[in-house]
Design a protein around this ligand. Sequence first.
Ligand code: 6CS
Length: 342
Amino acid sequence: MKLRNLAFSITAISLAGMVSTANADTWRFGLEEIEGSVQHGYAEEFKKKIEEKSDGDVTVEILPYGKWGSDYSTLYDAIQSGSIPLSFGSGFLGGTVPESQLMSLNFIMPADELETAKILNSDAFMKSDAWQQAYRNRGLVPLAAVPEGYQVWTANREIHTPDDMKNLQIRVMDNSLLRETYKAYGASPITISYGELYSALQQGQADGNIQPVFAHEEMGFYEVQDYMIFAKQAQFVGNVIANQDWYEGLSDEQRQMIDETTDEMVQVGHDIQSELNETRLDTIKEKGDIEIIELSEEERDQFRKLAEPVRQTFIDEVGELGEQALNTLLEQVKASEGSESQ
Ligand code: 6CS
């Protein structure tokens, strides 16, 4: 169901109500995306595995976007307070965990999406002191990273080079690293909430948008844009995070069960996202009249060069833990054999 149709059917559950009905064995899992999304597909498989492994002792209750409300700060506050102990957090999470913006840097990961998922979920990165500490300093624990597909641009003008992007009012998630990246490309980035984006694009309040293909389709964004541009500059990464007190209050067996499940979900999550992005692209091609552009290597190089200094902006903005996490990630990317980079 497209979000614009969902607006009036949102059943925002009161968070206070959630706490009072909480049951020790019900794990609420908040999503930033609607039913049918990559986050939803991931959460459904996660639920199945956890409920099986726990022999029915644990029930996972999935709360898609709209079910818990629609302003991401409500969701992140609920994770920090523990009323929703498990959740996805991505681009908007930068206000809560600045280091998480590492996932927004362009041109740093391998081109291969499964390889990216393996690196991000390796113990060397996910369990590194810097990545763990960045979240734990805010009462959270990072459990997994889920690449949801390449971030694809749409715009109401053709884009091949940074010159074409000049002053383009492109909508980015509320994340200063994304804003800096798109300023470096010459655009004029603006932030609009996910739920208001369709009408903002329709009414010309923004000229462009960035999403994985499945989201362009399920939110209907492609219907109100003229060009869809594949630059392969970055993948969208959703972080699975937990409330720290909740996580530490689990038994060793339960924490082990989560670890085992998130490990298994690396391949499963990749399969979910690649299938969904592929079929949704077919739908866009069938139903829409949006023109699809794939940038050449020479065109991509122009953006790559402009993105590089933003790594230093990231370090300057978030400090030591961010720098350590970035270095660990770059070491892992370098060590990943035979994998061409973005
Ligand atoms: O652009 C956004 O705001 C949202 N897009 C996706 C694909 N997931 C969550 C994110 O916040």
